[in-house]
Design a protein around this ligand. Structure first.
Ligand code: IMP
Ligand code: MG
Length: 179
């Protein structure tokens, strides 16, 4: 599909599935190298990171511990700047290397909050792996450790990413048309 409609908005094809998968393969190579001999805890950030997490874990194909957490800072197509904790990390992170799996880092507000929180709970190190990164939107002092693809500051959906809870279920990534 080249174009999709979600509620009042139109989106056009932006990143096909194959390109996303190749980007994730590159991340898996780096992550595998860095976690050799470690006992990492992967934390997948719901809901957006579910497809990215599944693909990355298939690539890593190892005996790792993984859990889920959920935060929200988005309403519609723009950030609210405030982070709500919906499902906190319930695993004891003391002394652990934690690797956060996120769909997209935009202003960085959400991940800055989560990374600081996990460090304050005693994680020995907290790393961030994000499938997509909008460098021009960044408003925090934060650099993801692993980045799949860098993209312009467009609003996108698909491959886990939503517009008002719709569009997560497409296999390709689409970007908002116009505006
Ligand atoms: P941040 O806190 O501003 O970095 O926003 C991060 C969160 O906002 C991500 O986990 C996404 O859920 C959501 N988000 C950011 N950009 C987009 C987008 O273009 N489409 C859909 N969701 C987005
Ligand atoms: Mg998200």
């Amino acid at each position: 599909m080249d174009r999709i409609c979600l509620k009042d908005k139109e989106f056009e094809l932006f990143i096909p599935e194959q390109q996303i998968r190749e980007a994730i393969e590159g991340m898996a190579v780096e992550i595998r190298k860095d976690i050799e001999g470690e006992n990492p805890l992967f934390v997948s950030i719901l809901n957006g990171a579910f497809m990215f997490t599944a693909e990355l874990m298939r690539q890593l194909d190892g005996p790792y511990e993984m859990t889920f957490a959920r935060y929200s800072s988005y309403r519609g197509t723009s950030t609210t700047g405030r982070v709500n904790e919906i499902l906190p990390v319930t695993v004891d992170v003391r002394g652990r290397l934690v690797i956060l799996l996120e769909d997209i880092v935009d202003t960085g507000t959400t991940m800055q909050y989560v990374m600081e929180k996990l460090k304050s709970q005693g994680a020995s190190d907290v790393k961030l792996a994000t499938m997509l990164f909008k460098p021009d939107a960044m408003r925090c002092d934060l650099t993801p450790d692993y980045i799949g693809l860098r993209i312009p500051t467009d609003f996108i959906v698909g491959y886990g990413l939503d517009y008002d809870e719709l569009g997560r279920t497409y296999k390709d990534i689409y970007k908002l048309v116009g505006e």
